[in-house]
Design a protein around this ligand. Structure first.
Ligand code: BYC
Length: 469
């Protein structure tokens, strides 16, 4: 199904045939643009950026590349093609035809999930608002902006659902999505991670690796939804999301690579010596990793959750890749959960957040393996590690407990004292910030990061991805 670009709001949902919805979205559009100008990467509004724009929704050839000024980006509404005669794949409605309309009795649960998902998208743009000013290269600057415009499009995706299926309530929620702001003391974003500042590029790469990967898992579980417009919306969002995690994985990999080069030149892995050469020592990289990984673990919610049980039972939110499981109803199955008081057996439906978190952790390991391979090849007997999922939790049964990164409960005093070994300190952050000097000559890289293996869309690394003049 091709995308109609001749309309004010590009779409593949025949928006022109629904005048009421079209008017509502056209009313919201300038509010979005105003938000983008205020909260987005507004220092670069007048620059040409080499961006990809969705032109179709099939797996091949869905995007076209070219220079665009970001405020002119064609944000629109794109749903993956419908699957003929699709049925609901899990929960109490298993096997029934997927819903094309919102079931009235599930309205408030759907709304809560769509609003929570929608809230994260503009939040991430706000978190990265000034990051462009300290870019390590034009290549990275372009990737930041690609991620930003696509998060903006993901906001459009959720706003379409709110306007299209929730009437006045949905329109009010769409306005609120622009009124809450990341880190705002009065009106913060809904989920914790999205209120954390991202003011250096190491944080940006960790965020796109770990937090965007939560996005992947949440979107996959919503792509299973019995509500077909939500499922199709999320299926297409996942196509765009893959690049965001690529930015994270290769970004951290390039930082590690540069650090290893410096360690080799020095013949030493001494953190102070590595820092003196303008690279980021592995211990600091590990502390940043600990911070963003644990924050992202909280995004899955509590281990035992009646919300999760009910959204699964009601066909609202399935498990990522529901096909992989044999039992799609899970009304009898149980799950053994490790709690601070020992193993507890709970109904599987109540443990769906934990099932997802486990799958997410496995997926996170993939990048770690690649980064550690580089370290091993460089001849060092050390490795980056994912801390235990009990460490530094703010949500769920391990929240606030003094657990070390290996997962052992320790004395509170010891925990407090050792936190500086485990999480970025003020001085780590100050050091990383001191490296964030802008590099904008095509092909040049800041001294703390290695160049990428290849450029974007088969272009060379030294292509002028952003025209700054
Ligand atoms: N911070 O039963 P519980 C992405 C709240 S990322 C603050 O434990 P439930 C992206 C929860 O909201 C993906 N509050 O959990 C990435 C609830 O509050 P209410 C975003 C939290 O409901 C990068 C209460 O605690 N998508 O796309 O089963 C860049 C009890 O909740 C947190 C989604 O999250 C937290 N970390 O599951 C851009 C999908 N965790 O309602 C984008 C939509 C929990 O009682 N959201 N709470 O006031 C959901 O499916 C669920 O809301 C959650 C929570 C998985 C988040």
């Amino acid at each position: 199904m091709s995308i109609n670009y001749s309309e004010k709001i590009p779409n593949n949902v025949d928006l022109a045939t629904d005048r009421k919805l079209q008017r509502a979205l056209e009313y919201w559009q300038p509010h979005f643009l105003k938000w983008w100008q205020e909260q987005g990467p507004n220092d670069f509004s007048s620059n040409d950026v080499y961006l990809r724009t969705a032109v179709g929704v099939d797996a091949q050839g869905w995007a076209s590349y070219g220079y665009v000024k970001m405020p002119d980006y064609r944000w629109g509404i794109f749903l993956a093609d419908p699957i003929p005669e699709r049925t609901i794949g899990f929960g109490d409605h298993f096997g029934e035809p997927a819903w094309q309309q919102m079931p009235g009795e599930l309205r408030s649960q759907f709304r809560r999930i769509i609003v929570t998902q929608g809230d994260t998208e503009p939040a991430s743009v706000e978190q990265q608002h000034r990051l462009g000013l300290s870019c390590p290269s034009l290549y990275d600057l372009r990737n930041l902006f690609q991620v930003n415009v696509e998060e903006g499009r993901h906001l459009w995706a959720m706003v379409y659902l709110l306007h299209g299926y929730f009437g006045r309530d949905g329109r009010e929620e769409a306005e609120e999505l622009l009124a809450r702001h990341s880190g705002d003391s009065d009106k913060p974003r809904i989920l914790g991670t999205f209120n954390e500042p991202i003011s250096d590029w190491l944080s940006f790469f960790m965020f796109t690796y770990f937090t965007d990967r939560d996005g992947k898992f949440q979107l996959k579980s919503l792509a299973e939804s019995g509500f077909d417009p939500l499922a199709r919306t999320c299926r297409f969002m996942l196509t765009e999301e893959a690049h965001h995690m690529f930015v994270g994985e290769t970004g951290v990999g390039r930082v590690v690579k540069r650090t290893l080069e410096v360690m080799k030149e020095l013949g030493s892995d001494d953190p102070a010596a590595v820092r003196a050469q303008g690279a980021i020592d592995l211990a600091t990289i590990q502390r940043y990793l600990n911070f963003w990984f644990t924050s992202s673990l909280d995004l899955f919610g509590s281990e035992v959750s009646s919300n999760a049980a009910s959204t699964f039972a009601n066909g609202i939110k399935g498990r990522p890749d529901e096909d992989r499981y044999e039992d799609h109803v899970c009304s009898e199955a149980t799950f053994d959960l490790e709690t601070p008081d020992g193993v507890e057996t709970v109904s599987l439906r109540n443990a769906m957040n934990e099932v997802m978190r486990d799958a997410y952790i496995k997926d996170c390991e993939i990048g770690l393996k690649r980064w550690n391979m580089q370290i091993k090849r460089a001849g060092y007997d050390t490795a980056l590690r994912l801390p235990s999922s009990r460490f530094r939790r703010s949500i769920g049964s391990w929240a606030g407990l003094p657990v070390d990164p290996e997962g052992n409960m320790v004395d509170q005093n010891e925990f407090d004292q050792r936190l500086t070994d485990w999480l970025p300190t003020e001085s780590d952050r100050a050091f990383v910030h001191s490296l964030m000097q802008r590099v904008v000559e095509p092909g040049k890289m800041a001294g703390w990061i290695a160049p990428p293996d290849r450029g974007i869309n088969s272009l060379p690394v030294d292509y002028e991805y952003v025209r700054l003049n």
